[in-house]
Design a protein around this ligand. Structure first.
Ligand code: ATP
Length: 354
């Protein structure tokens, strides 16, 4: 699922003035003598949300800290709009940040939390109320954080970042401290809000669903490199590298021999999205496989989830997972044949490293 573009109900009021594009070019960061970011490029157009997705420890927070001015770049440049902010101190960048747990001050009212970073005059003005209104919490100013739900607290954290009218907003795993039930609801809420506000945002997450929901585009970072930045549907359909395919989960890689627009595999001919020749590992999504009784593969297990089911099979094509929308009529040990029934797909050189 991906965030739907929603027309703001009243654009003039919701638009965060000054929102600007973000461009990171060839960013390198060294920590403790080790290169953590290996020349990262990132582009976020004005008013769009980019989800920065990658496994734990790949460098997502380091990149966010660099954009915020909390981490020095060894090389590379950062532009917000036309301005090169690479050497601008953090407090003058006008880049807002929302951290993992929201971190509200429990002894201060909602309004005091939101106005915390403002000078005294600005705190008395309309900015705090406006920011609360933006996040749908008009009238919540006098409340204490402990009287709010987890989702409302997260919205207050967002209001606190928005009150300074940042040109770019950075969110580091903003839902990680919420329990699973609440999380699903709140992230959909925040996805809608970010789109309505037309703010330029980067959201860090290691959760694919979250990235696909929140990001107009998704950048996949692995081991300090951006492997791909594209629309979620394009990333899912055609992961640029084997690492992206594997990280996104539920990727079967089937050995094959490519000659042009198709590869010959144990599943028969599989159409390829880009011409290739030679030994390849072909990406086969579980929903693009069809099972028929009898055949060279053996069912190992069936996992039934209600909305769909995953059947795991082993045999000459390797260990493969197949997704069906209902419970398949097979049990462990049954012989099954598999055929490919999907669009032209990606393939990776068999000798390329994982
Ligand atoms: N001060 C430091 N000195 C040396 N290495 C560090 C330092 N801070 C972070 N690192 C390393 O840099 C790498 C990237 O860390 P970073 O926190 O940016 O990853 P991340 O993708 O945000 O991970 P997570 O999703 O777990 O928060 C990790 O391998 C981490 O161990």
């Amino acid at each position: 699922m991906t965030a739907v573009d929603i027309q703001p109900s009243s654009p003039a009021r919701h638009l965060v003035p000054g929102a600007a594009s973000l461009h990171v070019t060839d960013a390198r960061v060294h920590l403790g003598g080790v290169e953590i970011l290996h020349g990262v490029d990132l582009q976020v157009p004005t008013g769009r949300t980019l989800a920065l997705l990658g496994p734990s420890g790949c460098g997502k927070t380091t990149l966010l800290r660099a954009v915020a001015g909390l981490q020095h770049l060894s090389t590379g440049r950062i532009h917000v709009g036309e301005d090169d902010i690479t050497d601008v101190p953090a407090e003058r960048r006008n880049v807002g940040m929302v951290f993992q747990d929201g971190a509200l001050f429990p002894h201060m009212t909602v309004a005091a939390n939101v106005g915390f970073g403002l000078d005294r005059a600005a705190r008395r003005g309309p900015a705090v109320d406006e920011a609360l209104e933006m996040v749908g919490l008009a009238g919540f100013g006098p409340r204490m954080p402990s009287t709010l739900s987890g989702g409302q607290q997260q919205r207050v954290a967002l209001a606190r970042a928005l009150v300074a009218q940042p040109r770019v907003l950075l969110l580091d795993e903003p839902f990680s401290s919420l329990d699973a039930g609440l999380r699903g609801q709140i992230r959909a809420d925040v996805a809608r809000l970010l789109t309505e506000l037309e703010i330029t945002a980067v959201v860090v997450t290691h959760d694919q669903e979250e990235a696909f929901l929140l990001g107009h585009e998704v950048a996949v970072m692995i081991a300090g490199r951006i492997h791909q930045q594209a629309h979620p549907a394009d990333i899912y359909a055609a992961p640029a590298t084997r690492e992206v395919a594997e990280f996104l989960g539920d990727a079967n890689l089937v050995a094959g021999h490519a000659s042009g627009t198709a590869a010959e595999t144990m599943l028969g001919a599989v159409p390829l999205a880009a011409d290739a020749t030679g030994a390849m590992d072909v990406l086969v999504r579980p929903e693009h496989l069809r099972m028929t009784p009898g055949g060279p593969m053996t069912v190992r297990a069936v996992e039934y989830y209600g909305h769909d089911a995953i059947t795991e099979l082993t045999g000459p094509a390797g260990t493969l997972r197949v997704r069906t929308m209902s419970l398949p009529p097979y049990r462990a040990g049954d012989p099954v044949a598999l055929t490919y029934d999907g669009p032209p797909t990606a393939a990776y050189r068999a000798d390329s490293t994982s």
